[in-house]
Structures are given as structure tokens and as C-alpha cells.
Design a binder for this molecule. Structure first.
Ligand SMILES: *Cc1c(COP(=O)(O)O)cnc(C)c1O
Length: 413
């Protein structure tokens, strides 16, 4: 059936050319080609291409040389993989609650959680919403803490009027299939100029065949995320796979990477390396970035305008600390799973639990702590589509389906 996907990279077919023709191109300098594309967006930083966004965090943690047992303050509503990396480095995650209006780290709660062992604050611009960087940076300076930004969702996001990624000591960006700029993998480490010594990227050379298949499966996934194909292909596959979840964990990890997997461990060699075609894809997509973000913001504003008066729904304040890129669009609803089911019956895909309250996940129980807002977000946030190719009829369908659903509930009770 035709289904509006919850995310689409909206790549025209011609965008696949750099990938399809890589074999025909000379291997020019990978790092220079990459820096050519990105350098003017981050004038006061050093940039490194990485195999994925999580590799960028891994290399950052290696650069700053913390001691085992040092504490890393991190928002509880998070991608569990990030917490896994912290643990694998022998560090201790200290969960900080979020601001319910932005889904990002709450600066007041951060101030309360600092101890003598605190070393690093890891802030995520969740859903592409800018975090409270001015207050957080002040706390870091006063307490001599390092600051790292997770900008996986946040390319093009502004905090006040400044692009995120240069507020602290480092930042990561991700170019995976679920992200705003998609090159079937790849990531970026942004490192503050104060780390003047040019650090050498570790040599990344996973087995050739595994690497080729890894990139290919991601190229195919993003092709199938095209709105005209999604409902007939990936969505149906995902339904089938979720029925035999344990048998196909690798495929599931590509289609649905955010789902809690207690067995996940970061392995440096498990993913394809950064490749030259990725920079070419970034160049093309960066030209369209502002127009795409404007369209996303327009869609979010339209839907929010219609849902504003609905009592059962609470809206976010995406722009509280700047300008969101609206890469994810979340709303609070009483029962996200029930509404998500109803939406899919009416041709709309949605995400009833995109991220978890990591402070109450079983796999991190040794670090459990009460973070009320993070718990509420993980139980009540529903992600709706906001990709720029959505048609006006798709937007109307989303609005009317949500309203119909809530009316049915009210009638029943
Ligand atoms: C996707 C993502 C990452 C990491 O990106 P990869 O390229 O998949 O390693 C980090 N943080 C958040 C919040 C993400 O959504």
C-alpha cells in the first residue's frame, strides 16, 4: 500500500550517480575533498571524515584522554549507542534530565549533577532542536568541563544565530540514511582549533566485501525510502522482520537503527570507511539544505497550527534556543503506539518510540536515576513525517487522521 514514510532523504535519482560511478573515478585525496565541501561552514574548527557519526565520538574520546571512572554528563533521552560508547571507553554516564519543550539537556539539572569526577558534557541537539548552549557552555567553563555536541540530527540547526557544532571542544555529524544529509553512511568529527596538533585519523580498513555490502545495503535502503516505494517495500519488510526480530538483527539495524539492542557493542572495523563519493553527495545536498529546512519548518508549522487546539496533544517549542532544522517532528500524545497503528491504517508511517529514556533502560541499570521528563518523552513522543517532498494532500491526511483518532477515543470514553 502507499504509505507516507516517517523519513525520506528526498534524493533525486541523479544524486545516486557519485555512488554508482565511484569505480570510474581516480582516488583523489579523501580528506582534502571532504574539507573542500565543509570547511567554510566550520571556519574555526578542524574537520575529519569518519566512517559514521559514532566513530567521530569514539575518536574524540580517544583524543581527550580521560581516565577510567571519569564522569560524562549526558541527556537521558538519547540514542542508546552513545551511552554504549561511553561505557566501552571505561567512563561513567551520569544521566541528566531534558527540557520537555526541546527534548534536549536541561541546563538546571546539569548544574545539579556535577561532581568532582565530572569531565565531559555531551549535549545532543535532539530532533534537530537547538539545545540551551549558552547556559550549558557557561556551566562547562565555570567547572572546567569539556563540551561535545551530538549534531547527528542537527546539520543546519542554529543556536541563537550560530550554527551548532562549534560551541565546545568537539562535535559529531552523521550522514546515515536516516539523517538530513545522506551519503549511505559517513560522519564528521569537528574538533576545536585548540587541539592544534593535527591528529591522525586511525586507519580504517574493514574487509572489502563486507564494506561493499554495507554501503550497498544503505544505498538500497535510502532508495526504498522514496515516498512512492516505501509502503510497498521497506515498510512491509520491516513488519515482516519485526515478527522474527532475532533472526535478522543485521537487516533490522539498518532499517531501524534506533531500537534498543542490549547486545550492541561498537566495533571500529564493522562499518564501511568514509569514501570519496560521499563528499560529492554532500556538496549536492548542501546546495538544497536551506530550501529543504524551510520546507520542513513550513510543514511542521502547518501541522502544529491545526493541532494546537487539540487538548490531548502537547506541542514542542522547537525554536526555544534558536532555529530548529525540524529533521524530526515530535508531538506528545497519550498513546503513541495506538495512534501510530491508526495512522498506518490510513497511509501514514510514524515513530511511536524513536528514542528511549536511557536512565531507565535495563542495559544501563547500573546508572539508573529518575529523569521524569525523559521518561515522559520516551513514553509519549510520536514522530511524524516532515520531509520536504510531502504533498499538501499528505499533510491534510496527517492532520485529519490524528483528529479523527482522538475523536473516536473521546466518543468511546
Ligand atoms: C544517528 C545518530 C548518531 C550516530 O550516527 P551514526 O552515523 O549512525 O553512527 C548519534 N546520535 C544520534 C542522536 C543519532 O540519531
Amino acid at each position: 500500500m502507499y504509505l507516507i514514510p516517517k523519513h525520506s532523504s528526498c534524493l533525486p535519482t541523479s544524486d545516486y550517480l557519485p555512488y554508482l560511478t565511484t569505480w570510474a573515478k581516480p582516488r583523489s585525496s579523501l580528506v582534502d575533498g571532504f574539507r573542500n565541501v565543509w570547511a567554510d561552514r566550520f571556519p574555526s574548527s578542524k574537520l575529519y571524515p569518519t566512517p559514521t557519526g559514532r566513530h567521530a565520538l569514539w575518536y574524540f574520546l580517544e583524543t581527550i584522554n580521560l581516565q577510567a571512572g571519569d564522569e560524562v554528563l549526558v541527556a537521558a533521552y538519547n540514542f542508546y549507542v552513545i551511552i554504549r560508547l561511553i561505557l566501552q571507553k571505561g567512563l561513567v554516564p551520569i544521566f541528566v534530565d531534558i527540557d520537555s519543550q526541546t527534548l534536549c539537556m536541561d541546563a538546571d539539572d546539569l548544574a545539579k549533577k556535577i561532581t568532582k569526577k565530572s569531565r565531559l558534557v555531551l549535549v545532543t541537539h535532539m530532533f534537530g532542536n537547538p539545545a540551551e548552549m549558552i547556559a550549558i557552555k557557561k556551566i562547562c567553563l565555570e567547572n572546567k568541563l569539556l563540551l561535545f555536541e551530538d549534531c547527528a540530527h542537527a546539520v543546519g540547526t542554529l543556536c541563537n544565530t550560530e550554527s551548532v557544532g562549534q560551541f565546545g571542544d568537539g562535535a559529531l555529524f552523521s550522514f546515515g540514511v536516516q539523517k538530513l544529509i545522506n551519503s549511505f553512511g559517513g560522519g564528521m568529527l569537528v574538533l576545536s582549533n585548540k587541539y592544534a596538533t593535527d591528529f591522525d585519523l586511525p586507519l580504517h580498513s574493514p574487509p572489502r566485501l563486507a564494506s561493499t555490502l554495507d554501503t550497498f545495503s544503505r544505498a538500497l535502503t535510502s532508495f526504498l525510502m522514496h515516498p512512492a516505494l516505501y509502503g510497498f517495500t521497506l515498510y512491509s519488510a520491516q513488519k515482516a522482520i519485526s515478527r522474527w526480530e532475532n533472526k535478522l538483527p543485521q537487516i533490522k539495524a539498518v532499517i531501524d537503527p534506533a531500537k534498543d539492542n542490549p547486545d550492541y557493542r561498537f566495533r571500529e572495523q564493522e562499518r564501511a570507511p568514509y569514501q570519496a563519493f560521499m563528499s560529492e553527495m554532500h556538496r549536492t545536498q548542501l546546495v538544497r539544505l536551506d530550501a529543504n529546512i524551510n520546507r520542513r519548518r513550513e510543514i511542521v508549522a502547518l501541522i502544529k497550527g491545526e493541532l494546537q487546539s487539540v487538548d490531548e496533544i502537547t506541542l514542542l517549542d522547537e525554536d526555544k534556543h534558536g532555529r530548529s532544522n525540524c529533521s524530526y517532528f515530535g508531538i506528545y500524545v497519550p498513546d503513541p503506539f495506538a495512534l501510530s497503528n491508526y495512522l498506518s491504517q490510513n497511509g501514514v508511517d510514524s515513530g511511536p518510540q524513536e528514542y528511549y529514556d536511557c536512565a531507565s533502560l535495563g542495559q544501563f541499570s547500573a546508572f539508573a536515576i529518575n529523569c521524569d521528563n525523559a521518561k515522559i518523552a520516551s513514553q509519549h513522543i510520536l514522530r511524524l513525517p516532515s520531509y520536504p517532498w510531502m504533498r499538501d494532500t499528505d499533510i491534510e491526511n496527517i492532520i485529519s487522521t490524528i483528529k479523527n483518532f482522538l475523536q473516536k477515543i473521546i466518543k468511546r470514553s
